[in-house]
Design a protein around this ligand. Structure first.
Ligand code: F6R
Length: 247
């Protein structure tokens, strides 16, 4: 078990900038890098900062590839709350990443086949160099809800009531998120060469404590990251309030 590097910064802006610079460094060092991407409220300002750095510094995504963690099952094409729409809006339409190199899990047709194809596509790219993660208040990473096996692979999952409640505000008024999604597995995530997890706000404080300062347990999927040698957690003071290993 290895502890992640915990990097505490004062403001959400400082974190967005630091994570954007982390991604930029990866792309400058390896223009063909394969990125694992996350969605969620936490990443909106991070992608905005990444786009600013991209415009100012002129590094390129042209040879890179990306694989998103997850996508809802059952939303019509182009739904504004789909993770494809989120990525188009917040990152893809602003940078030179070719659309065929920007993948999200397939959520149509035979899902077992689509999930196996996603795993194959990641493997064919040589694996993920840098995986970005948020964290759910229930400890989920991707949509690996509590109870998920640490060796799980890309698959369809049922979302918990708390995840559906947390994400309802991303949907147009009167709509709720679908009950199912396809997510990379915890085993898939752990194969990334480097992992960056970002947590903002007091409501993530308890879960950071459970994930990183208690024994690893399926009840807190993010605690699986204790088994990975290269994890950096970027968090603000409120999210880090209960951690002893902060710096
Ligand atoms: C998003 C994802 C989720 C979110 C998590 C935190 O692709 O897989 O694990 O990272 O639910 O979401 P926010 O940032 O909205 O608190």
């Amino acid at each position: 078990m290895s502890k992640p590097n915990i990097c505490v910064l004062d403001t959400a802006e400082a974190i967005a900038d630091a994570v954007a610079q982390h991604v930029a460094r990866t792309l400058v060092a390896k223009p063909q890098a394969t990125l694992g991407l996350a969605t969620g409220k936490t990443f909106i300002s991070i992608y905005a900062s990444l786009v600013r750095h991209y415009r100012q510094e002129g590094f390129s995504f042209a040879e890179a590839a990306s694989f998103n963690l997850d996508e809802y099952v059952g939303l019509p094409d182009g739904h504004p709350a789909s993770f494809r729409s989120y990525m188009n809006e917040n990152l893809f339409r602003h940078v030179d990443l070719p659309s065929e190199q920007a993948q999200l899990p397939g959520v149509e047709g035979d899902l077992d086949l689509a999930c196996a194809a996603y795993e194959e596509a990641i493997k064919a790219r040589g694996g993920i160099d840098l995986q970005l993660l948020g964290i759910g208040q229930n400890g989920h990473i991707g949509f690996n809800e509590p109870g998920s096996a640490f060796d799980s692979r890309t698959r369809m999952v049922e979302l918990t009531a708390s995840t559906i409640a947390a994400n309802t505000s991303d949907f147009p008024p009167g709509e709720t998120p679908p009950g199912h999604a396809v997510t990379m597995g915890i085993g898939t995530i752990l194969e990334a060469r480097e992992i960056v997890l970002v947590a903002l706000g007091a409501k993530k404080a308890e879960v950071l404590l459970s994930a990183f300062e208690k024994p690893a347990s399926r009840e807190c999927p993010a605690s699986a990251l204790l088994g990975h040698p290269n994890v950096t957690v970027y968090c603000d003071a409120a999210a880090s309030a209960l951690l002893s290993g902060r710096r």
